[in-house]
Write a protein that binds this ligand. Structure first.
Ligand code: CTP
Ligand code: MG
Length: 251
């Protein structure tokens, strides 16, 4: 696989974390000694495909985040701290505006996912060919659809169902058009691939990692602490391997 450094990264960290609760939004809480957002930031900072990073945070935390980043070791890549918006897609839009023209690809990643899959180059390569590519996992459990009273009404065939994850990678212009279309039509989406699908453009699915969990509710912390501790032991700086063939963490 040829290596191109052409991918700007938007890490969205401007949510309120209402389902998680607590005093501080989940992405700023410490996970094995590091703020949650810092895990994915480190991952992308050390990846060969990445040009620059926009870290999107709540407007009142921009200065504090900039200060925290300045105190850490200097980065080899530009990191811009950007104010987020009301909806996730507004935060993505603000991040996109901060990226420079040198990023012809853009990866969008949830800060609430501290352990991005190590085969990130693969999703970038697919995005270069298809325009859009996302990480996901095939559904392994039986899915039920229920009605308003909780009665099971259907058991959809799971063989074609996948759970969507981030990072999701797009050709820059495609992501910009998709976000513009959502704004024009007043549509709210929970991920950027759904916005691209509204344009009728293909989105390629790439198998991600089971470790790429999203911290959403309090019970998710225990699993994240276990994964984080394991990665600290195996891979002290949680750096993606550059020379060896890439793959998901051993599980
Ligand atoms: N996010 C964001 N801007 C928003 C809303 C969400 O940057 N206006 C980010 C979150 O910080 C998170 C990611 O989008 O990293 C995925 O969103 P989610 O897991 O839903 O986080 P929250 O919106 O913070 O949580 P909740 O929905 O429980 O309030
Ligand atoms: Mg949310």
């Amino acid at each position: 696989m040829t290596l191109s450094r052409d991918c700007g990264v938007i890490i969205v960290a401007a949510g309120k974390g209402e389902r998680m609760g607590g005093k501080m939004p989940k992405q700023f809480r410490l996970l094995v000694g590091e703020p949650v957002f810092s895990w994915s930031l480190q991952f992308f900072l050390s990846h060969d495909a990445v040009t620059e990073i926009a870290l999107v945070v709540p407007p009142d935390l921009v200065e504090k985040t900039e200060h925290t980043l300045r105190q850490k070791a200097s980065h080899c890549l530009p990191v811009m701290v950007v104010a987020g918006g009301t909806r996730r897609q507004d935060s993505v839009g603000n991040g996109l505006s901060a990226l420079s023209a040198k990023s012809s690809l853009v990866a969008v990643h949830d800060a609430a996912r501290p352990f991005p899959p190590l085969n990130f180059s693969e999703v970038c390569a697919e995005a270069r060919s298809y325009g859009a590519a996302i990480f996901g996992l095939p559904v392994t459990e039986t899915i039920k659809q229920v009605d308003d009273s909780g009665i099971v009404v259907a058991s959809p065939d799971r063989s074609r169902l996948w759970v969507a994850q981030t990072p999701q990678v797009f050709q820059r212009e495609l992501l910009a058009s998709a976000l513009a279309l959502c704004n024009e039509r007043g549509i709210e989406v929970t991920d950027d691939a759904a916005a691209v699908a509204l344009l009728g453009r293909p989105v390629k699915m790439v198998e991600g990692s089971r470790w790429n969990i999203k911290l959403t509710v309090p019970d998710d912390w225990l699993l994240a602490e276990c994964i984080g501790s394991q990665l600290r032991r195996d891979r002290p700086a949680f750096l993606p391997s550059r020379s060896k063939s890439e793959g998901v963490p051993e599980q």
